[in-house]
Design a protein around this ligand. Structure first.
Ligand SMILES: NC(=O)c1ccc[n+]([C@@H]2O[C@H](COP(=O)([O-])OP(=O)(O)OC[C@H]3O[C@@H](n4cnc5c(N)ncnc54)[C@H](OP(=O)(O)O)[C@@H]3O)[C@@H](O)[C@H]2O)c1
Length: 289
């Protein structure tokens, strides 16, 4: 029943797609991989596990090799899929060339790209170190855009696969005290929904996963552990977020907001006047002294 439903869904998704035999031949004999950036821990690791549990081989990318190796060993033992790793800073030059070299070495292609790696920054904008601001823009915006632009055309040619971009509830509203992070996620969600509209009917899925606060080291890393939202908004587990994200991706939903309360928060952020919501968000994101 599920298979029938998924096949019908795929036919609908590919309603405008016409195969180009010459272009398709280039992928014959290659193995499809799911690339997960930031796949060594947190939400990325759980998303990688979800794809692996459904039989997909993986390429995990992050900077720290040791964590990548641990993640790969764990997923392989749990699911039996092949898991390759690439230790790479996604803000460095030559990122797509480095990933393409690994794909070529394993006779593989990028079937799905999960743009999950992201960092936050906490504090008033004018106090942030300029190099930290640049790093966030380079990772959350530039790297995600580059990978999406680089791998999407071949997905369209194949009429399958897709992009799963990890946004945030913060993308729906300006966030005083996390201004650059919130703005970066607004970009992610805008880009994703626009590209999803452009590619509708061509077989590819272009989806945004939009979580509220999640229980990972992310908040501590950006120095937001003492912010009010950490006390007042209970975090979801990375596993629950990843399960919802994978399901949303499979169904081709353009936006998945995991949880029961978060969809209502997302709606409220979009319909309430900014004059009311922004000050509330600003207080929640403020660090306690
Ligand atoms: N946690 C939340 O509450 C929350 C809520 C909404 C949305 N999100 C979004 O979800 C995504 C994942 O967040 P998370 O909570 O799982 O974060 P996390 O636990 O801090 O994990 C971040 C992952 O990204 C990798 N990474 C960081 N900088 C990188 C770089 N320059 N190049 C390559 N890899 C890099 C890290 O590995 P290395 O450090 O080894 O590179 C790690 O694997 C982010 O986009 C975040 O904005 C998080």
């Amino acid at each position: 029943m599920t298979n029938f439903f998924m096949r019908a869904l795929q036919s609908w998704r590919r309603r405008w797609w016409r195969p180009d035999p010459a272009a398709l031949a280039a992928y014959a004999g290659l193995r499809p991989l799911v690339i997960v950036t930031g796949g060594s821990e947190g939400i990325g690791l759980e998303l990688a596990r979800q794809f692996a549990l459904h039989g997909h081989d993986l390429l995990l990318i992050a900077r720290r090799r040791e964590l990548l190796d641990q993640a790969a060993a764990r997923i392989k033992a749990e699911t039996g899929v092949d898991v390759f790793v690439l230790a790479l800073d996604l803000t460095s030059p030559g990122v797509v060339e480095a990933i393409d070299a690994v794909l070529a070495a394993h006779r593989a292609y990028a079937d799905v790209v999960v743009n999950n790696a992201g960092i936050g920054l906490s504090g008033p904008f004018h106090e942030l170190a300029p190099e930290d601001v640049q790093r966030l823009v380079d990772l959350n915006i530039a790297a995600l855009t580059r990978l999406t632009r680089h791998y999407l055309p071949a997905m369209r040619t194949r009429g399958q696969g897709g992009i799963l971009n990890v946004g945030s509830l913060g993308g729906y509203i300006p966030g005083p005290n996390q201004a650059v992070y919130y703005a970066s996620k607004a970009y992610v969600q805008s880009l994703t929904e626009a590209v999803a509209a452009e590619t509708a009917g061509e077989g590819v899925r272009v989806c945004a996963l939009v979580p509220g606060p999640v229980d990972t080291k992310f908040h501590e890393r950006m120095g937001a552990e003492t912010a009010f939202y950490r006390t007042f908004i209970p975090p979801t587990s990375a596993q629950a977020v990843a399960r919802a994200g994978y399901r949303g991706y499979r169904l081709g939903w353009r936006v998945t907001v995991p949880g029961l309360v978060n969809p209502f928060l997302a709606l409220a952020m979009r319909i309430l006047p900014h004059r009311i919501v922004i000050p509330i968000v600003g207080v929640l994101l403020q660090q306690r002294r």
